[in-house]
Write a protein that binds this ligand. Structure first.
Ligand code: PLP
Length: 394
């Protein structure tokens, strides 16, 4: 097999060598239960609390506001259901958006089945919510606003600080799914008035199966899992010490190297987008041009199928995505692309490329050459395309 070129960092990243190195002793030598009082246990406890400090520091929170979970999805569930259940005597209305990750959307749908009311905010053509629509949706019963920090498919970064101000003004809790934003955007939960924030280690070069949730001091939420007293009684289960050490190290590295990483991704992304627009006709760049994740390029190629592009790219050793990993396999086009107003035919022809640390300009050139060839070939065999070209020439 030839070299694999990986352009799907929004789906997952590898665990960095330095992260893995810090994790390894906690699988074997330092295997103690963090709740045990002898020194082997205290060693684990110390590692857990150090990781908590690192996460808190990265988002300007305090350590006692951080809870460890098993993934981003669990953090979203704990935040949204936790706040909903704890505040149901105050009200039953939740505001979210149409472009959330399934971890948020399906959680909200679940709550609707339990009698909660949910408003799904629209987004504009670039994927941004309308702040006026948000403010107008707030009523006496509103207990939670949940808006993602940055979209996993189109990369658009929402106006989080402004949302935080509106939420604060109306005394409503504000949760953000920041799974795609951590390591890619600077986050300050104080300045941004964020009350709850979800993250997942495997999206920023940490291990899979490791998440965290920030909950502002004083925000009422209910635990979802019964058991021991771990995580200050809010998330039962023996701590995944190695994973916790991993997420701590990964977030520390992400923000230590932030400027360099950001600059690199932006330059690869902008180079890729400009070359695609230059070389390939009938394309549409999705998402906001400036307010977007540094490594995200989401482009629709008219007259072709995203999955067909993926398979051809895979045969050339290239990994990318035809939208969100979570919606592949389902026959309907991405809910995010429909929400920004794409026709289903256009949405189907979408390729999401997300750059990362190990990518080079040479990798991007290889991707561009391969993609141009793949799109040309697929279009040659597309009835829609041939008919369109015939009409155009009449
Ligand atoms: C990946 C992702 C999640 C889910 O995180 P897991 O750790 O895979 O459960 C949630 N929200 C967004 C925006 C994501 O990109």
């Amino acid at each position: 097999m030839e070299k694999v070129r990986y352009f799907d960092h929004a789906a997952t990243t590898y665990t960095k060598e330095e992260v893995l190195k810090e994790m390894l002793p906690y699988f074997s030598l330092n295997f103690g239960n963090a709740s045990s009082i002898y020194s082997l246990g205290r060693k684990s406890r110390k590692a857990v609390e150090e990781a908590r400090e690192k996460i808190a520091k990265a988002i300007s929170a305090s350590a006692k506001e951080i809870y460890f979970t098993s993934c981003g999805s669990e953090s979203d569930n704990l935040a949204i259901k936790g706040v909903a259940y704890a505040n149901k005597c105050k009200g039953n209305h939740i505001i979210t958006t149409k472009i959330e990750h399934p971890a948020v959307l399906h959680t909200c749908q679940n709550l609707e089945r339990q009698g909660f009311k949910v408003t799904y905010l629209n987004v504009d053509k670039e994927g941004l919510i309308n702040l006026e629509e948000l403010e107008n949706s707030i009523c006496d019963d509103t207990i939670l606003i949940s808006v993602m920090f940055a979209n996993n498919e189109i990369g658009t970064i929402e106006p989080i600080k402004e949302i935080g101000q509106i939420a604060k003004k109306h005394g409503v809790c504000f949760h953000t799914d920041a799974v795609q934003a951590i390591g890619n955007v600077r986050i300050n939960v104080e300045e941004m008035n964020i009350d709850l924030l979800s993250m997942s280690a495997h999206k920023f070069y940490g291990p899979k199966g490791m998440g965290a949730l920030y909950v502002r001091n004083g925000v009422k939420f209910e635990k979802l899992q019964d058991g021991g007293h771990q995580e200050r009684n809010m998330r039962a289960g023996t701590e995944n010490v190695a994973g916790i050490v991993g997420i701590g190290k990964a977030i520390e590295l992400a923000y230590d190297n932030f400027d360099k990483y950001n600059e690199k991704l932006i330059s690869l992304r902008d180079y890729y987008i400009s070359k695609v627009e230059e070389k390939i006709p009938f394309v549409k760049v999705n998402g906001h041009r400036q307010k977007r994740l540094p490594g995200n390029a989401n482009i629709s190629f008219k007259f072709v199928e995203g999955d067909a592009i993926l398979l051809k790219l895979d045969a050339k050793g290239i990994c990318a995505s035809s939208g969100s990993a979570c919606s592949t396999g389902s026959p309907s086009p991405s809910h995010v692309l429909l929400a920004i107003g794409l026709e289903p035919e256009t949405a189907y022809g979408t390729l999401r490329v997300t750059f990362g640390e190990e990518n080079t300009k040479e990798d991007v050139d290889y991707l561009l050459d391969t993609l141009e060839e793949v799109i040309n070939n697929l279009r040659k065999n597309s009835k829609m395309y041939t008919e369109f070209m015939k009409k155009g020439q009449m």
